[in-house]
Structures are given as C-alpha cells and as structure tokens.
Design a binder for this molecule. Structure first.
Ligand code: ATP
Length: 245
C-alpha cells in the first residue's frame, strides 16, 4: 500500500472460466481522489471495479483497503464493508421499482440498521441538494432518466461512503443530463472528501476526474505513460468537443 492510497489492487488476475478479464492489474487510488478508469469495451474495467469493491475475489493478487486485505476477508465482512463504507452508482440506476424515491435513497441506511423515520429524514435532505425537490414520493417509473440517476446518486452517497464506485453512471443519459449528474457527483464527493472510482468510456466524463488510467487487456496503464494511446484519447476528446457530442 502506498502512503496515501486508500484502496489498491496489486497484480490482480481474474478469469471467468477460459476468459481472462484481469491479467495483473495494478492501481492505487489516493484518499479523496477522483479516478477515472477508461479503456475499450471488454478490457476489464468493470471487473477491476468489482474487485476493488470486494464484490469479486481475484484468482491471485491483492486488494488493500484502508490498510487491510479485502481479498482475504470472508463474504460477510466484505458485505458489511460494502454496506457501511462504500457507495455504488451503476449505469441504469437500479432503483427498486416498488419503493418511493426517498425509500430508495434511505435503503443503505435502513440496511445498516438506522430506524425508518431517521433514515427517511436523512434521505430527504438529499433531494434539495440534488435538484429533486418534490419527487420524494415518486416511484422509479415516474422519474426521468436523469432524475432516476440523481436518486441513485443520492442513494450511493447517503451513508457518506469513504469510496464511491461509479460504473458508467452517465451511460444511459444524454450528454447534458450526464454532465449535470457528473457535476453533482464531483461537487458532493469533494465536499465530503469521498474517493471516487469512476468507470467510463466517455472522455468527457473522465475529464471530471483528477486522474485517468486506461485498462487494456486486463492491465492498467497510466495515461501519461500511454504514449500513442494518450494521443489517441486526446484526439477523441478534441473530436468530441468539436462535434459537441
Ligand atoms: N460474468 C462474466 N462471465 C463471463 N465473462 C465475463 C463476465 N464478466 C465479464 N466477463 C468477460 O471479462 C472481460 C472483461 O469484462 P468487463 O466487463 O470487465 O469489461 P469492461 O471493460 O467493463 O467492458 P465494457 O466497457 O463493455 O463494460 C470480457 O471479456 C467479458 O466478456
């Protein structure tokens, strides 16, 4: 573990059957840092995020979180850690459709044992902050994509996690709505000092991060050391800005 890293993968290898997903992935994320994980489709980005979050266990290699080996903890301990110290936002919000927006936001608190009235009270404080006032009682089917993703963001942040794992959080949104969600995510993460691991294939989204790494064929490369790759991604970004996409 480096001195300032809160979470680190060391030489992580993971295959799904015959399919190698990670082939010796190394990455260290500093406390309070917003790290974008870029790379082509199928390169291993989501698998890396799932390993860092203790959802998947590597075949070999190590995951360190706050000075402890996450990969040698049992499922129960990892599950408690995910609930209490990590937050998650995924591409398709994945709100529970039967619950109201405020109940969805309160969910991590309820699962952690906070009493219902208190959990809902804390959940409601997020609605104004994320521009969701008046939507507390809506169900996910009654929200726009951007509103639903902001509810999902509130749910990911409500337990004030040390690390927010965001896997293509804007992937299902148009670019303007995606930028609003990213603005909110970055603002709140910086206010709270939350570390963010952000998987995205969109250079515009990655530009919100403090640092970008690229996953290629199951290994992590820093952008500065990428040479041609970095130039290519720079060109993609300029292209995206030119076309306004
Ligand atoms: N549950 C699974 N079962 C079998 N193979 C899987 C599974 N999850 C991922 N893979 C394979 O592992 C490799 C890495 O997948 P991963 O989802 O990590 O890539 P990614 O970079 O996040 O891709 P994308 O940008 O398309 O989401 C791919 O070859 C993928 O097909």
């Amino acid at each position: 573990m480096t001195d300032t890293a809160i979470i680190e993968a060391r030489d992580v290898v993971l295959s799904f059957g015959q399919t190698p997903a990670l082939r010796g992935a190394d990455v260290a994320v500093n406390a309070g840092e917003i790290l974008a994980v870029m790379g082509p489709s199928g390169s291993g980005k989501s698998t890396l995020l799932h390993c860092l979050a203790g959802i998947l266990l590597p075949d070999s290699g190590e995951i360190h979180f706050a000075g402890r080996r996450l990969d040698s903890m049992g499922e129960a301990e990892r599950s408690t850690l995910r609930r209490d110290r990590f937050g998650f936002v995924f591409q398709f919000g994945q709100l529970v459709p039967e619950l109201t927006a405020e109940e969805n936001v309160a969910l991590p608190l309820l699962l952690g044992g906070t009493r219902r009235a208190e959990a809902l009270k804390q959940a409601r404080t997020w609605f104004g902050r994320l521009g969701l006032d008046g939507l507390e009682q809506r169900r996910s089917g009654e929200l726009s994509g951007g509103q639903a993703q902001r509810v999902a963001l509130a749910r990911g942040l409500v337990n004030r996690p040390e690390i927010l794992f965001a896997d293509e959080p804007t992937g299902s949104l148009d670019s303007l709505t995606g930028e609003q969600v990213m603005d909110l995510m970055v603002t709140v993460a910086r206010e709270q000092g939350t570390t963010v691991v952000l998987v995205t294939h969109e250079p515009r989204v990655a530009a919100y991060a403090d640092r970008e790494v690229i996953v290629r064929d199951g290994r992590v490369h820093s952008l500065a050391a990428e040479g041609i790759g970095a130039e290519r991604i720079g060109a993609e970004r300029i292209g995206a800005e030119r076309t306004g996409s």
